[in-house]
Design a protein around this ligand. Structure first.
Ligand code: HEM
Length: 444
């Protein structure tokens, strides 16, 4: 007979009836979860205003939650204003499944990644050239997030994004909106003066919607670049309404913006702190690139140590530090019955640093991702892209982009932190550094 939800260990309930103050005091949900599992073990319980939360930090226990296909609306409400035809993060399963069936092949098709690769590689090289010419220290996360956003836009919007003027307008509008909503979500006053806010939000939304509407019109007229994802074309062909198509492009920009850039920046940071890893990475890049400045798409699979290094970086600093689900039926997790309607957290950072799964979890060691070590571990021990039917739909593209950025930049430069600069991980929708990662960049 399984034990009840209330038997799952967790912190005592404060008088307010929830743990929001404790989460804020811990520095955010990501650090609260680390502490929660340190104190109460791999299965722990706490309370948010609208639901009880069960957090599962053990790969074997996670299996019971893998198939859940709903997210809790309350946790993602802050994204509601981003979308015009319903928050894509929390679409109910019957609406979500057919939509995802169209989106996944458009984003995940290797042939399209290969076709788009030269364009993405040229963008990374342009950034590297600019750094080399300037000689100034760089704010890695700012620079790489911007680059990743441009790559995703080019992939999703195709030739509409080739116009530099339009591209700049799209990027500016998106960054303004995201920044605005993230400030609001954290309860922090946005930087735009209150009188101007409404007008600027509407203007940014209009700019983004107009750009996508133009792409839809071009696809309907049979135009478009062959190397783009044709995400828009696929959604048009599947008969999705215009609002949902525009939201899908925005949702893809949202998913692809901070994540790949942040992942690359953490990898460059960790490599810079570990000269032995740096030497091995440089040796692999020198051998595979063999005098070239950038890889071909087909070279990526030969960059094995680079992939191990990237995975170990995403273990230590997962760009998405947790994911959330809402159970629609009663499930049994370990010895406990978790009733329908409970919020289930996948605390990615806590799983990745669980000492029962990862010995000496704080040590950076790419060898953890050598094939025999991977084969010996549970498949859910490493989950940077989440798990189950709502896992990251851009995972394949993300790995392509991130490996490319890391390959070009690590091959060309040696990175060292600006003396005195302190790197503090914080959660701002993704796990990033509070004051960026400021690096002195020296050509090799
Ligand atoms: C290293 C880079 C990336 C990481 C670590 C990452 C991680 C994640 C995680 C943890 C989630 C939540 C999954 C869940 O709930 O289980 C997610 C969702 C998502 N990601 Fe990524 N992501 C990355 C890059 C990208 C890129 C490049 C794109 C777009 C091309 C993208 C698009 C999305 C979308 C659209 C979702 C929502 C999926 C859905 O609800 O259908 N991500 N990502």
């Amino acid at each position: 007979m399984p034990q009840q939800l209330t038997d799952i260990p967790g912190p005592p309930l404060p008088s307010e009836g929830h743990h929001l103050a404790a989460i804020a005091a811990a520095g955010g949900m990501h650090t609260f979860q680390l502490d929660l599992h340190r104190r109460y073990g791999d299965l722990a319980r706490f309370r948010l205003p609208h639901s009880t939360v069960v957090s599962v930090a053990d790969p074997v226990l996670l299996e019971a939650t893998v198939r859940i296909n709903e997210r809790p609306a309350d946790l993602f409400r802050f994204l509601d204003p981003f979308f015009e035809s319903g928050n894509l993060q929390v679409l109910p399963e019957p609406e979500y499944v057919p939509w995802r069936r169209v989106v996944l092949p458009a984003l995940g098709d290797h042939a399209k990644h290969a076709a788009m690769f030269p364009r993405m590689a040229a963008a990374v090289e342009q950034l590297a050239d600019r750094w080399a010419a300037s000689g100034e220290p760089v704010a890695l996360q700012h620079e790489l997030n911007n680059l990743a956003l441009r790559m995703v836009c080019s992939y999703a919007l195709g030739d509409a994004f080739d116009s530099a003027k339009l591209a700049a307008r799209i990027v500016d509008a998106f960054q303004f909106l995201l920044d605005h909503f993230l400030h609001e979500a954290r309860g922090v006053e946005p930087p735009t003066p209150p009188g101007e806010r409404r007008r600027r939000v509407e203007q940014a939304q209009w700019t983004l919607r107009e750009a996508v509407t133009e792409v839809i019109a071009r696809r309907e007229a049979g135009h478009g670049r062959a190397d783009s994802a044709d995400l828009v074309g696929a959604l048009v062909a599947a008969g999705w309404p215009v609002g949902r198509i525009r939201d899908t492009v925005l949702g893809t920009m949202l998913g692809g913006h901070h994540t790949s850039g942040v992942a690359t920046s953490w990898a460059l940071h960790l490599v810079s702190l570990h000269p032995d890893v740096e030497r091995r990475l440089h040796a692999e890049l020198d051998a595979v690139l063999d005098g070239r400045t950038r890889p071909e798409h087909g070279d990526l699979r030969r960059l094995r140590y680079l992939e191990m290094t990237l995975n170990e970086s995403m273990r230590l600093y997962p760009p998405g530090p947790y994911a959330a689900r809402e159970s629609t039926t009663d499930i049994v997790v370990g010895d406990h019955l978790v009733p329908a309607g409970t919020t289930i957290l996948h605390p990615i950072w806590a799983v990745h640093t669980n000492p029962r799964v990862w010995p000496e979890p704080d040590r950076f060691d790419p060898e953890r991702f050598a094939p025999p070590a991977v084969a010996a571990r549970h498949r859910l021990a490493f989950l940077p892209f989440g798990i189950g039917p709502r896992h990251c739909s851009g995972a394949g593209l993300a790995m392509t982009q991130t490996k490319l950025m890391l390959a070009v930049l690590a091959h060309r430069f040696r990175f060292r932190l600006v003396p005195g600069h302190v790197v503090t991980p914080v959660e701002r929708f993704v796990l990033c550094a509070e004051d960026d990662i400021r690096m002195v960049v020296t050509p090799r």
